[in-house]
Design a binder for this molecule. Structure first.
Ligand code: ADP
Ligand code: MG
Length: 454
């Protein structure tokens, strides 16, 4: 492995003279060499998904060239983001992966230091959730038990769970806090059933989850359709609850909308405090962006902040992504402060221009035409895949192409709730990134829209 590092150093030395110093520092130096399987392919890891994208967009050719020079012309080169790294290790190096996981477990109670109550901007949209979370952090197990927080993607649920964790860890360091995603809980449980004797067994699993003072489960909606995991979670829940331990749950939808959630769990959740987080209004969005810029020490014009807060109104993570992007973009141009000019340039690809020559009907008709479904079904209640997919695509396109408030879009689609609209939009956005089929379906419908509209 040492040799590999030496070779990689040579690659770095070559690239360093091909690209600007800022680029080198931002995108290239942080790369981590992961593997060199069969001496055929060099695999490196970028520290974020965004960094990977930038790297491939800006410096792919130079990287390929330098790798070929040092490793030989036949060596392929691949960049992974951190999630892909995990998957890679799981597949190819199960032992190494175990080490990673156990290290993660060791640190399971070290919460993201940036996700604190102080760094959480409170507005009308989230003040009740914030107050409840704070109260739980001050007096775990006493009030609001369980606390069930729900709201759309990127609205700050995970941030609040970590804030509770950070608060308790500093005020009450003797308490045992456990934060898991629903996926981790499920995997742990499955491993305890199927793993070898050396791994978790069911008793250890139970001990691990039931000997905590505060248990937080994030993204519980993924427990739907996992009957055995639900059953186990039900028992964990009861055990903790009876012992006055605090349970905190986050979800992208309320318990009643989690498909196939057992009635027993629904009623357990309902016995506590269920509170939603709404989409922040413009002023709160601006305040959140200012806070983020201040925390990260980004120098950014107010105009840019307003611009982002106007363009993105449903997902704070997405807003923050744009903020980071414009900052780095300006840095690359050698500017100290990001101005509107850079913002417009940097966001060219991210923000589809809204069109005022279209109506929701045009979009709905195009979707119906393409998928051969009736309009009544498209906006109706049917849940079979042949209808749901076109419906989500129609909602996605309406959100992307038109400048309409979510509630109006909800009304257009048979009186659906705005959270459903956000969910459909997020889901298709994700699928477009991962799945060529959805991307081409969306492209095909867009074409019909454009043709019919001319
Ligand atoms: P969720 O878990 O609801 O999908 P996250 O908690 O991951 O969302 O939040 C996404 C990003 O937005 C995080 O970086 C978080 O710090 C930030 N964020 C969300 N809400 C707020 C808020 N009210 N104040 C400051 N930052 C926020
Ligand atoms: Mg989250």
């Amino acid at each position: 492995m040492k040799e590999l590092q030496d070779l990689w150093k040579q690659v770095l030395n070559k690239i360093e003279i091909m690209v600007s110093a800022v680029s080198f520092e931002l995108w290239i130096e942080p790369l981590e060499v992961l593997d060199f399987p069969n001496a055929e392919k060099l695999i490196v890891v970028a520290n974020t998904e965004y960094a990977k994208k930038q790297l491939l967009k800006r410096h792919n050719d130079q990287l390929q060239e330098a790798v070929h020079e040092v490793f030989g012309d036949n060596v392929a080169f691949e960049v992974l983001d951190p999630i892909e790294k995990k998957e890679y290790l799981k597949k190819n190096k199960p032992d190494a992966n175990k080490a990673v996981i156990s290290k993660e477990e060791e640190h399971q109670n070290s919460f993201n230091p940036k996700y604190t109550f102080d760094n959480f901007v409170v507005g009308k949209c989230n003040q009740i959730v914030y107050a409840a979370a704070h109260s739980v952090a001050e007096n775990p197990g006493k009030r609001f038990n369980p606390l069930f927080i729900y709201g759309g993607v990127g609205l700050g649920k995970t941030h609040l769970l970590h804030a509770i964790g950070n608060y308790i860890a500093s005020e009450n360091p003797d308490l045992k806090i456990k934060y898991v995603t629903c996926e981790q809980f499920t995997n742990d449980y499955i491993n305890s059933l199927h793993g070898s004797a050396k791994e978790l067994n069911i008793n250890k699993f139970r001990e691990k989850y039931r000997l905590t003072d505060v248990l937080m489960v994030d993204d519980i909606q993924f427990i739907s359709n996992k009957n055995e995991t639900q059953e186990e979670f039900f028992h964990t829940f009861n055990d903790l609850f009876q012992n006055n331990k605090q349970i905190i749950i986050a979800s992208d939808r309320p318990p009643k909308d989690i498909a196939t959630l057992s009635d027993r769990l629904k009623s357990r959740f309902a016995s506590g405090f269920i509170q939603d987080m709404q989409i922040p209004d413009f002023e709160t969005r601006v305040a959140i962006l200012r806070k983020k810029a201040q925390l990260e020490k980004y120098s950014i014009d107010d105009e840019v902040i307003n611009f982002i807060a106007e363009k993105v109104d449903t997902n704070i993570r997405e807003m923050e992504g744009l903020l980071t992007k414009v900052y780095f973009f300006a840095t690359l141009l050698g500017k100290k402060t990001a101005t509107l000019e850079e913002a417009k340039e940097a966001f060219k690809e991210d923000l589809d221009e809204k069109r005022d020559d279209l109506s929701p009907e045009t979009i709905i008709n195009a979707v119906c035409k393409y998928f051969s479904v009736s309009k009544a079904d498209l906006v109706g209640k049917k849940k079979n895949k042949e209808i749901v997919e076109p419906r989500m695509i129609a909602i996605y396109l309406t959100c992307e192409l038109l400048d309409l408030p979510l509630v109006v879009i909800g009304k257009t689609f048979g009186g659906r709730d705005h959270t459903t609209i956000i969910h459909a939009r997020e889901k298709i956005t994700e699928q477009i990134k991962e799945n060529g089929k959805i991307k081409s379906l969306v492209g095909a419908v867009k074409e019909i829209i454009n043709n019919d509209n001319n």
